[in-house]
Design a protein around this ligand. Structure first.
Ligand SMILES: NC(=O)c1ccc[n+]([C@@H]2O[C@H](COP(=O)([O-])OP(=O)(O)OC[C@H]3O[C@@H](n4cnc5c(N)ncnc54)[C@H](OP(=O)(O)O)[C@@H]3O)[C@@H](O)[C@H]2O)c1
Length: 260
């Protein structure tokens, strides 16, 4: 039986026009491979054009579209080029991010500016480029890759965590604003996934997932039309519960965890 879903169900990828930004490695690259396997037309973007080219590897349905997400004009030019090729974009997946574990007393102003621009401002630049066309068609989907690090303030995530918290807030308001116009909004909150991004972590990452498992969870959530796609479920539910505790309990628990 088909239950109630908040978003359109992405079950049939054949012929769909999907733009994955932050696709040169990790989760984005895995999503690109899977979407191509399922018959979608897939445009891949990031700075490393060589990695994008070898990902698509002459695939007839693959388009290599290098860009720097911190440059608004890159978004506009890439979107215009894709509309020229495909006539429209059905789904944009915002995957680009950077992260370095950082304690508050190690903050570097330039790194803070760059990370916030890569992880958060870039999403605004991308939305500014793609939403007018989606609004004109009253169709399309946007997928934001946030993180469980956005549920609550976690040690080491000094710059990264607040950018992901902001993306969760942004996805919620986008849903309220765009759903009435036929535009799907999906929020992806992964736990730990083994990628270049988490290679910096020098602590044991609980419930660490492969990129293949992450892509499968995302596709499964899209097929069900979920608004939030959080995985692995036991870990992300625990983090969500923790975020709901009163501060007195939550912060005391956090101090205990920091000691272990
Ligand atoms: N791995 C995890 O445990 C985890 C957990 C929660 C959420 N996430 C989120 O999942 C998404 C994918 O992360 P990942 O783990 O797959 O990391 P990743 O392998 O490091 O991928 C990050 C992607 O972002 C691109 N990127 C970074 N800066 C860019 C820029 N200025 N312009 C264009 N592209 C840029 C990178 O490509 P170039 O370097 O070629 O530009 C790369 O393709 C991110 O949003 C991340 O926050 C990951």
């Amino acid at each position: 039986m088909q239950g109630f879903s908040l978003n359109p169900r992405w079950t049939d990828w054949a012929g769909k026009r999907v733009w994955i930004v932050g696709a040169s490695s990790g989760i984005g690259a895995e999503l690109a491979r899977t979407a191509l396997d399922r018959g979608a037309n897939v445009a891949v973007s990031a700075r490393r054009a060589d990695a994008l080219t070898s990902l698509v590897d002459g695939h007839a349905r693959g388009v290599v579209m290098p860009l720097d997400v911190r440059v608004p004009a890159d978004w506009v030019a890439a979107h215009a080029a894709l509309c020229e090729t495909w006539s429209a974009v059905d789904m944009v997946i915002f995957c680009a991010a950077e992260y370095r574990p950082l304690r508050p007393w190690e903050i570097d102003a330039e790194e803070a500016r760059r990370t916030i621009e890569t992880n958060l401002s870039s999403v605004y630049y991308g939305l500014a480029a793609v939403l007018p066309a989606m609004m004109a068609r009253q169709a399309g989907s946007v997928v934001l890759l946030a993180s469980v690090a956005g549920y609550l303030g976690l040690p080491n995530a000094t710059i990264y965590g607040p950018t992901k918290a902001a993306l969760i807030n942004l996805a919620e308001l986008l849903y309220a604003e765009l759903h009435p116009h036929g535009i799907g909004v999906y929020l992806v909150n992964p736990g730990f996934v083994k990628t270049r991004l988490t290679a910096h972590n020098d602590f044991t990452m609980p419930a660490l997932q492969t990129t293949a498992a992450a892509a499968a969870a995302i596709l499964s959530g899209l097929a069900r039309g979920h608004f939030e796609i959080a995985f692995p479920s036991r870990f992300t539910r625990t983090m969500r519960l923790l975020s709901m505790l009163p501060y007195r309990l939550r912060l005391t628990l956090m101090l205990r965890l920091m000691k272990t």
